[in-house]
Design a protein around this ligand. Sequence first.
Ligand code: NAI
Length: 304
Amino acid sequence: MNISIIGSGRVGSSVALNCCMRELGDVLLLDIVEGLPQGESMDINHQLAELGNDCHVKGSNDYQDMKKSDFVVIVAGIGRKPGMTRMDLLKTNAGIVKDVCNKVRTYSPESIVIVVTNPLDPLTYLALKIINSDKGKVMGMGGMLDLSRFKEYISSTTRMSRSSIQAMVIGEHGENMLPLVRFSSISGIPLSSFINNVQSSEFVTKTRNVAAEVISLKGATVYAPGNAVSAMIDAISRNRRKILPVSAFLEGEYGYSNVCLGVPCVLGSNGIEKIIELDLNQEEKEMLTNGVESVKTAIRELPI
Ligand code: NAI
């Protein structure tokens, strides 16, 4: 597989390393800053050489190098500073993502596109509209990262192995994300058997807020997002048909249309092969609706 990563900053370079560690293919790291992608690629190739891993990373400032990519990961743009929400990035990052998507449409229109730049759901929508590709081939990574945080709280609170946890987080990748305690389990045993109601609502709040905590401590989230993107590419490129939370374009699912939002999706060689509709209760539906309204408000401000 040929994987092009547009934006070679903290998250872009982590995506590159994680893709190589999973041996998903060769990686192109692209950035507007001269020297940055070249330096990152050298550093990663040095690690891979010692490991005997033959995936190759190339750094470039030339968009023509992304021709014939199987995957394009869009992670160019500014990140949050302490105290900012993801929506505060909308204006600046919409301009950057629009520019990048025009390049994708020119050089690699057939590729599967994974948007990472925040605010994730509105910018996934923007990418879909500009690239004008099949709706199953343009998606956003947000829920996968929220899920990894949710799993960590479940494991540390219950003191059960991380490998035994199945869970799901849907909704907006932002203030209205929806960690689903009711659809989570430890080895198939409902999570509610292990935790009380207070812990349950704590999980939800902590999962929602922990990214801001990491940003205030170290400036950015890096390793977990890199892994989350590579897990999606793994599921698609190896046709695993895994059910993962992905920001997808809705056409009536969950009662909403013309919006991108995190929902459980079957990922296989065609990208998003199916959206799974969960039977949500009233409280869950309300949180999902809040997310839809927030994303739709942002979509109205996009430069489309
Ligand atoms: P960073 O500042 O370390 O890297 C961003 C890179 O994008 C910079 O190297 C910059 O030169 C480059 N860039 C800007 N405009 C470009 C263009 N037109 N073409 C190519 N490259 C361009 O930022 P970081 O920490 O890597 O975050 C990147 C984005 O990812 C942010 O918007 C952040 O909020 C988002 N993010 C999203 C996550 C998610 O779960 N969806 C998780 C973590 C970060």
